[in-house]
Design a protein around this ligand. Structure first.
Ligand SMILES: Cc1cc2nc3c(=O)[nH]c(=O)nc-3n(C[C@H](O)[C@H](O)[C@H](O)COP(=O)(O)O)c2cc1C
Length: 468
């Protein structure tokens, strides 16, 4: 490898097995099960063959509804993330295992323990994608009901995450005696108790597990509000962003840099991996044809109408999919029509007026417009293997992102062409690793191992209590 290649910014890849979403094509014989272990194993092993850093599982704590009914057009069904990832740890060696888990409805000591367990089971490959949910409707499934207004979610999440970090960092690295002649199994470095009296939790907890080989799970964050970004700048290692276009990614990077510095952390402390869909083929022409095939299978007439209903806030069943967009403004309750979509839009009137103008100017009917509009989370890369590799080289040179989190449109074989054809092109260009840097996810993402807690330890028979 030339010295020029050595200096290039390397991208990393993750794969997001979405589980519940509108972009996974299921009306095709190649589509596999969304819930069978075999699908997850197939996808994670393909990703590992392609030196992917991370395998992500999303989470939704309630089935999505549309106009008061179970939303039956999209794929659904998500086995519990940590259970699934623990099973996948046994059939993989290097890839990071990321569980999306909610701070609003979990309990910090309990979740910290389960994630620490995954981190130990996997040999230091666990990560937590921190989400707060975008609605209180999900809360009806839990004992607190519709819980926490949006403005309180991140102050709550921050307390939660600080507690989890304290719990993970409370065992010293040399806590367990290695010498068979030692007097006790636990050496002098006993775990610190975590004592917290706060607005949301009152806890005195001594962690039941030692640290993993990467110290503690890697923290991802997904949530795009100003509060969410500040929270990530203070607490996260990686942001799973929705800003995949090159210009949007550059702007987002600058924004996160400023917030990270303000939070008193080094500017590169928070890595950024936008979500992205890849549609690849041997030639540019074939890629465009494939894109249309994918779009047609993702969005039929019913999906197009349902998509608009999310933003118009009402039933639009009278609308002709081959006709123009509705010529009236939405109802403001729009964000409640498809409950649990995760990406509901508060500026519905503004947005839909712009859409109507665009559809009219470009002569697009409902179906054509929705197919053109409904980009995937983050960005979209369509082209021949070489074209997309060239495009990714621009991203690597710009430094706008640290990699991408791919949302495959087909499960479980949707990564095959990325791994078989794109990855080798990226490796040749020196912008993608040719092997795993190490055993842990932190090593493979280039993240430092966090120090253990430096708080006072056991003093005689009493613990010195330190509030978080
Ligand atoms: C790229 C991306 C992926 C997300 N994935 C999930 C998910 O799997 N489950 C979930 O409950 N929320 C998910 N969210 C949304 C989070 O719940 C987030 O906490 C919510 O949008 C509210 O935060 P915000 O107002 O800062 O955006 C995701 C958000 C983004 C940007």
């Amino acid at each position: 490898m030339s010295s020029q290649q050595n200096t290039k910014h390397q991208l990393r890849l993750g794969v997001f097995f979405q589980g519940v979403n509108s972009s996974t094509v299921w009306k095709t014989p190649e589509a596999g099960s969304q819930t069978d272990f075999a699908s997850f194993r197939r996808l994670v092993q393909t990703a590992e063959r392609g030196i992917f850093s991370a395998f992500f599982l999303g989470e939704g704590l309630r089935l999505r509804e549309h106009l008061g009914q179970i939303h039956d057009l999209d794929v659904a069904g998500r086995p519990d993330a940590q259970t699934m990832l623990a099973a996948l740890a046994a059939v993989t060696k290097n890839i990071g295992l990321v569980a999306t888990q909610n701070t609003t409805y979990n309990d910090p000591a309990d979740l910290a323990h389960r994630l620490a367990s995954l981190d130990l089971i996997s040999g230091g490959r666990a990560a937590w994608n921190i989400v707060t949910t975008d609605n209180s409707w999900t809360g009806e499934n839990f004992r607190r009901g519709g819980y926490l207004a949006h403005e309180d979610r991140y102050t709550h999440a921050e307390d939660f995450v600080k507690l989890a970090k304290r719990i993970w960092d409370s065992w010293g690295t040399e806590s367990i005696a290695r010498d068979a002649k030692a007097e006790a199994w636990l050496t002098g470095q006993h775990p610190d108790p975590v004592v917290h009296q706060g607005q949301h939790y009152s806890i005195r907890y001594t962690s039941r597990l030692p640290r993993s080989s990467q110290g503690r799970p890697v923290l991802f964050q997904a949530g795009d509000s100003a509060e969410g970004r500040d929270f990530a700048a203070r607490q996260a290692d990686v942001i799973f962003s929705a800003h995949g276009g090159l210009e949007a990614a550059k702007t987002f990077r600058e924004d996160i840099k400023a917030r990270t510095l303000k939070a008193g952390r080094p500017v590169g402390a928070v890595k950024i991996m936008p979500g992205a869909e890849f549609i690849l083929a041997p030639t540019p022409q074939e890629a465009v044809e494939k894109q249309w095939w994918v779009k047609e299978h993702q969005i039929g007439p019913q999906q197009a109408i349902a998509y608009l209903e999310q933003f118009w806030g009402q039933s639009l069943t009278q609308l002709d999919p081959e006709g123009p967009l509705p010529d009236f403004d939405p109802q403001i309750i729009a964000s409640d029509v498809t409950r649990g979509s995760g990406f509901q839009n508060a500026k519905a009137i503004e947005l839909t007026r712009a859409w109507r103008a665009q559809a009219r100017d470009e002569g697009l009917n409902v179906l054509q417009f929705v197919r053109a509009k409904s980009g995937r989370v983050g960005g979209s890369f369509v082209g021949s293997y070489t074209q997309v590799a060239e495009r990714l080289e621009e991203y690597a040179a710009s430094g706008a992102v640290d990699g991408f989190n791919i949302t495959p449109w087909l499960v479980p074989t949707g990564l095959d062409d990325v791994v078989n054809h794109l990855v080798p092109e990226l490796q040749e260009r020196g912008i993608y690793p040719s092997e795993y840097a190490g055993q842990t996810l932190r090593e493979n993402l280039g993240l430092a191992r966090p120090e253990t807690s430096t708080l006072p330890r056991k003093n005689g028979n009493t613990w010195i209590e330190v509030a978080v």
